[in-house]
Design a binder for this molecule. Sequence first.
Ligand SMILES: Cc1cc2nc3c(=O)[nH]c(=O)nc-3n(C[C@H](O)[C@H](O)[C@H](O)COP(=O)(O)OP(=O)(O)OC[C@H]3O[C@@H](n4cnc5c(N)ncnc54)[C@H](O)[C@@H]3O)c2cc1C
Length: 354
Amino acid sequence: MSETTKKLVRRREVSQSINQYGVFPVTVSGVRRLSEHFVRVSLTGRSLHHATSAISDGTGQVYDAYIKLLVPPAHASGPTMIELDDTWRQRWMAQPVEDRGHMRTYTVQNSRMVPAVGMDETPLLGMFPAAEADLSVLERPLPIGVQPEIDIDFVLHQDDAGQLGPAADWAASAQVGQQVSFLAPLRGSSLWSSWNPAPSHNLLMLTDETAAPATLSILRTLPAHASGTVLCEVPGQGDNLAVLSDVQEVTRRLPQLTVKFLPREPNSERGERLAHELHSVFNLTETETYHYTDTTAADEVVWGLAEENAETYVFIAGESSVIKTLRRMCVNEAGIAKENISFMGYWKCGRAES
Ligand SMILES: Cc1cc2nc3c(=O)[nH]c(=O)nc-3n(C[C@H](O)[C@H](O)[C@H](O)COP(=O)(O)OP(=O)(O)OC[C@H]3O[C@@H](n4cnc5c(N)ncnc54)[C@H](O)[C@@H]3O)c2cc1C
């Protein structure tokens, strides 16, 4: 670690905590419009050598790992850097949004090693590991000539007034060479991830477009004997990410797994196609017409993990009220035990991520 970095890094007491995280400055190294509703932004930087191994090893085995993107305010000339200590969150939230920008959660859809082409020559500068971080994890020789790169697939969603959210807006106009930053676990710390299936690998995955990147990334990690059904509802016909990614290749390796991307019909409601397909997977009769209803309170956390060793593992992620409905259907209609279900409300209709 350089002397400059040592000065920048505030070290408090070293703890045995395995949840250490830092702010990683990175450079946009690629922008690819995948479809009408998705843009893929690639981010690279030598700082990523110090991220949790799933990211820094660049093997693409990232599961549903997520990071916290620090969307810079409009006038910012560089990435948002936050000095992390016990009170950083309160301090950051107390600032006017025009000054601090926004923090948004995104999945690392893929990771790889790329040649270190000098895109980002600021390895650790300005990276502040959290208070109590054990900085010894950073003290290792870095691989020469290569650096990690990750992909984030952003949904370009609009609100009723046709406005993109701040993160979607940032992604829609991202340029190669631009700098940004995100929070992620440090090397040696656990991945921020919810994927926890039993070894049986008999799966049911129900996801929407925001969890399409997690779906792709998880498919990449599955063993050849994985079986079950993966259903992902997306906004439009062109949004079949499996066609647009390397996942077709991946699914060829998984003959016992049915993977379907379900474009929303012009008149269908959010979650309707998932609910319909779920009924046909279990040969259930649809007793009532599906209607999307917002049943999630503003401060409600729709999140729970399946117990280990579940026989059939169910992973439901996407819009919170849809997730609640699908979970209820799985339990009440399909007879799946609650303990077998991981459910994650990734976002709430009509409400910005705080
Ligand atoms: C663990 C995790 C992983 C995630 N991974 C991804 C990912 O890989 N890709 C991704 O695109 N999103 C992902 N999300 C969801 C993403 O964090 C939210 O969609 C977030 O609200 C987007 O921020 P924003 O600034 O664009 O919009 P916000 O400012 O948060 O919201 C503005 C408005 O847009 C609405 N809105 C937000 N998202 C959508 C949407 N998708 N469709 C329609 N309306 C929407 C909100 O309800 C609100 O009314 C993930 C969330 C979690 C918790």
